[in-house]
Design a protein around this ligand. Structure first.
Ligand SMILES: NC(=O)c1ccc[n+]([C@@H]2O[C@H](COP(=O)([O-])OP(=O)(O)OC[C@H]3O[C@@H](n4cnc5c(N)ncnc54)[C@H](OP(=O)(O)O)[C@@H]3O)[C@@H](O)[C@H]2O)c1
Length: 343
């Protein structure tokens, strides 16, 4: 591996300001040249190969996420690359040349750049069998689905309900449910996604845009004693789902795609049916998962992907100058697959 000589200059996407209007937020993004003069002694330098665009990136540039960085900044929470330089306090043999997936939510620059400076606790080494595309999307959604699915296992429930069911998190939840003999019920907003999911093997799929959405959901759920519902949409949909759940079920809110506050939960459901409303986030799950357990999860998720049990579909691949074009396309076709920036 060639030795890196500092300073290095490289291209990145820069977010100059947050804007709740998604079109304006995207149009504000620009490609800038940046410079790294030296590598802090406890950090790694990663030559990025690809970075993903997730709903959290969209919410972040709108200023609608839980993380606000000093501006301007480089967006991007996830990606993959190769460690090309190692801070002097770290073990070169352990890190240099390793392929990694990154998950960075700290104040520094994100993954939408040719280089990323990262601490060791925000990367995982990835198996050589994972392609660049799969490795670029490996850290956030597969681990989130695993953490979410643990809740269903704790409940020993008969069925899970997943809204925004055309998503990548949903792909993994569905695969895990199938493996464990748990029924999977999807909720989507488009007829085309409904048909795709039925073909995949979902036990039932319900259209949230249908006038009789709640009645249809109740009908499907009446044959189950307890369920876990995974809610990535929030807004009124949380209430609609919570109000249809059988007693002793739980609804886990893990996304806010509607951009609306959770609403409409009938208090009688909570009081007399013991419905639990909870939240989930990956960072917190990682905090209470020890390294040994984490590595087991990593290996099992890698095996799910490399065996073809689940593949993360990549719908859009762009170079750095076409990020805005790619994002527009992604926003119109999210269920069809991820958008990646290739460097
Ligand atoms: N809490 C955590 O730690 C954590 C971690 C990872 C992901 N997440 C959340 O998990 C969710 C899925 O992420 P992903 O990366 O798997 O998604 P993705 O693959 O990019 O797909 C997004 C899905 O959401 C649907 N969708 C978008 N806006 C919607 C709306 N307003 N109402 C209903 N459906 C909508 C899309 O359907 P269409 O095709 O119909 O647009 C698509 O199926 C997101 O909310 C994300 O923020 C949370």
């Amino acid at each position: 591996m060639t030795t890196i000589k500092f300073p290095i200059t490289y291209q990145s996407i820069e977010l100059p300001s947050y804007n709740p209007n998604i079109i304006r937020a995207m149009l504000g993004l620009k490609v800038v040249e940046k410079i790294i003069t030296q590598l802090p002694k406890d950090q790694l330098l990663i030559k990025m190969q690809a970075a993903s665009c997730n709903p959290s990136d969209i919410a972040f540039i709108q200023g609608g996420y839980n993380i606000y960085k000093p501006l301007p900044c480089v967006p991007g929470f996830e990606g993959t690359g190769i460690i090309v330089e190692v801070g002097e306090a770290l073990d070169r043999v352990e890190w240099l040349g390793k392929r990694v997936s990154c998950f960075t939510q700290e104040n520094g620059d994100g993954t939408w750049a040719e280089y990323l400076v990262s601490p060791t606790d925000q990367i995982i080494q990835v198996d050589d069998t994972l392609t660049i595309d799969q490795a670029a999307c490996f850290f956030i959604n597969p681990f989130t689905a695993f953490g979410l699915f643990e809740i269903a296992q704790q409940h020993a429930c008969e069925a899970i309900i997943i809204n925004a069911a055309g998503s990548r998190v949903a792909d993994f939840l569905f695969a895990m449910a199938k493996k464990h003999g748990i029924k999977a019920i999807g909720i989507v907003r488009k007829q085309q996604t409904l048909e795709t999911l039925l073909q995949k093997g979902f036990d039932a799929v319900i259209l949230s845009t249908d006038e009789s959405f709640e009645a249809n959901l109740k009908t499907v759920l009446q044959s189950f004693e307890s369920c876990v519902a995974y809610d990535a949409v929030a807004g009124e949909q949380t209430g609609q789902i919570a109000n249809c759940l059988p007693a002793n079920s739980e609804i886990v809110v893990y996304g806010g795609l509607s951009g609306q506050p959770v609403s409409g939960i009938n208090p009688m459901q909570l009081i007399f049916k013991n419905i639990i409303v909870s939240g989930f986030n990956l960072n917190q799950w990682m905090e209470y998962t020890d390294i040994e357990a984490f590595n087991k999860v990593k290996n099992s998720l890698t095996a799910m992907i490399t065996s073809g049990e689940v593949q993360i579909p990549i719908n859009i691949s762009v170079k750095i100058h076409d990020v805005v074009k790619g994002m527009r396309q992604y926003l119109g076709s999210m269920s069809e697959g991820k958008m990646l920036i290739h460097f």
